[in-house]
Design a protein around this ligand. Structure first.
Ligand SMILES: C[S@@+](CC[C@H](N)C(=O)[O-])C[C@H]1O[C@@H](n2cnc3c(N)ncnc32)[C@H](O)[C@@H]1O
Length: 255
């Protein structure tokens, strides 16, 4: 079975990052939207105005069943972790619509730099006049602001991921990884065991399995990759307890 997301709260996240727009009348494309969790947990998006495009075949099937008025499109493009049998470089399918809002939560945190640029350029072609793209990225050096409650991690986003990698693969040298990542604009952690920086890219042939692909990008580098981008820090209080913290920044691009 391909990946099914259990995460909720994406609506609140984008609502806060976009300044609480009037969603009801807006056409929304949820790129990498999985089973359509953007339509849950307080969402005011009209399902008839909602499109989801995703490379997880099972998620698309589940989304169609859960939200029959919405529109779900399977996109059989290769992705290291989510669709390793897909076709490399396949263009985004034309949904026959233009969108007021295009969101992507935790999608370009799993694609390489050139693919991120390519996909965002294609998404720009799908914007209606006055539309906006909002996609998340993870800043390696970001430290969640301290708040009371469970779940707070003292270190940076990269340290959080490396500690997780160490738990999964006790043989990995996370001190060496941390050193290698220092000052990098783009960091990729593959299968929680190999770390690449900047333009280095992992080759699937070097690995016997493909389990995870996590990227990190500094806000300054996002601004350099996407001139005119507005970078919004992770909104605080986006979620009710127990999810007290948000680690992802948001990049806003206007039509
Ligand atoms: C971490 S999940 C996030 C899912 C969803 N946005 C959420 O917040 O629950 C990443 C999603 O991106 C999808 N994905 C990865 N590469 C993609 C691509 N090139 N085009 C569309 N979806 C993609 C995956 O199938 C997966 O559903």
């Amino acid at each position: 079975m391909s990946f099914i997301s259990t995460r909720v709260g994406q609506f609140t996240y984008f609502d806060l990052c976009l300044g609480m727009p009037e969603w009801r009348t807006r056409r929304v494309l949820d790129f990498g939207g999985n089973i359509g969790n953007l339509l849950t947990a307080g969402s005011t998006i009209d399902p008839r105005n909602y499109w989801c495009i995703d490379v997880s075949r099972d998620a698309i099937a589940q989304g169609i069943a859960a939200h029959p008025q919405a529109h779900f499109l399977f996109y059989d493009r290769y992705n290291w972790a989510f669709n390793p049998a897909g076709t490399e470089g396949l263009p985004i399918p034309d949904p026959g619509q233009r969108f007021d809002v295009i969101v992507a939560y935790s999608v370009f945190t799993h694609t390489n730099q050139s693919e991120t640029r390519e996909l965002v350029a294609q998404l720009r072609q799908l914007l209606a006049p006055g539309g906006v793209i909002a996609f998340t990225f993870i800043d390696a050096g970001y430290r969640q602001s301290k708040q009371p409650g469970d779940g707070y991690f003292e270190g940076t986003n990269l340290e959080w991921r490396l500690e997780k990698a160490k738990r999964l693969n006790p043989h990995v040298d996370i001190d060496a990884m941390r050193e290698k990542a220092r000052g990098a604009a783009w960091i990729t952690l593959v299968n929680d065991e190999r770390l690449y920086v900047d333009d280095d890219d992992a080759d699937a042939a070097e690995f016997s399995r493909q389990t995870g692909y996590h990227t990190f990008c500094s806000p300054a580098h996002i601004a350099a990759l996407f001139p005119g981008a507005v970078v919004v820090p992770p909104p605080r209080d986006a979620y009710p307890p127990p999810i007290a913290y948000e680690m992802q920044h948001c990049c806003l691009l206007l039509a």
